[in-house]
Design a protein around this ligand. Structure first.
Ligand code: ADP
Ligand code: MG
Length: 250
């Protein structure tokens, strides 16, 4: 079982799109996946129709209730989810004076059964206590990156945070890879950014890129991943190719 935090503090960098569609492509190839939605906005929970209006994950963080009780089956065979809760919006405040607050998820996940091949954690667009918990709990970090101007700006900060977490809290943390997302192959810009990424982070950049396609933006409102929404679409192909490369890296 490998725990993967899908992190990028920039909103709109395709974390949720990648968490759900990579998860769906992995279950298609026979893997068992648990998705944990720690973003208070709950986008992947809504997408997979697992929205939780109750305290849910909040109780796990604030009251130490067991995370195992929060697991829900999605309609997709092999894919389970621990949904987000709107209560998580208040978690920073609730945990402000809690010693070791950044290790809560990690300690909880040590008690979870090892039924899954991968646990994917969909993080919020901030490097706050929730993303920090994901980084401390994770074996590896997957960074989806929107291949547009300014997308690289936040990357240096993210990599520094990962280094600090590795140094102080989770020495085994590794960067699994950087996934170029929302790639528009018709423009030079996307390709230039990918070239630049490869120069700087060589082996860490995934060969599979996720193209910008309308269908990928549409499928959340239908409550299904791209592999089911349009199985032959470029988006489905890209996420399958990513899943294959991802498994190869583990
Ligand atoms: N490859 C893509 N093609 C088209 N739209 C995309 C693609 N990837 C993400 N999006 C859209 O971009 C927006 C932000 O993506 P999302 O996955 O929610 O980012 P994050 O979780 O990092 O905030 C969403 O509306 C999503 O549907
Ligand atoms: Mg998101």
């Amino acid at each position: 079982m490998t725990i993967i935090a899908i992190v990028n503090q920039k909103g709109g960098s395709a974390k949720t799109t990648t968490a759900v569609n990579l998860g769906a492509a992995l279950v298609e190839s026979g893997k068992k996946i648990l998705l944990i939605d720690v973003d208070p906005q709950g986008s992947s929970s809504k997408w997979l129709k697992a929205s939780n209006t109750k305290k849910g994950l909040y109780d796990v963080f604030a009251e130490n209730t067991s995370i195992s009780d929060k697991i829900i089956e999605t309609g997709i065979s092999g894919l389970s989810i621990i949904p987000s809760s709107p209560w998580l919006i208040g978690i920073e405040k609730a945990l402000a004076s809690e010693v070791g607050a950044e290790t809560i998820l990690s300690r909880q996940l040590k008690q979870i059964s090892t039924n899954w091949d991968y646990i994917l954690i969909d993080c919020p667009p901030a490097l706050g206590i929730l993303s920090l918990n994901a980084l401390v709990a994770a074996d590896e970090v997957l960074v989806p990156l929107e291949t547009r101007v300014m997308a690289l700006d936040g990357l240096a900060q993210l990599l520094r945070t990962i280094d600090t977490v590795k140094e102080r809290l989770n020495p085994n943390l590794e960067i699994n890879g950087i996934v170029p997302c929302r790639v528009d192959k018709r423009t030079r810009l996307s390709l230039d950014i990918i070239d630049d990424l490869k120069k700087r982070f060589n082996g860490k950049v995934y060969k599979s890129c996720i193209r910008e396609t309308v269908k990928l933006a549409e499928c959340p409102s239908f409550g299904i991943p791209i592999t089911m929404y349009d199985s032959k679409s470029p988006g489905a192909q890209d996420y399958r190719s990513l899943a294959k490369e991802f498994v190869g890296r583990n």
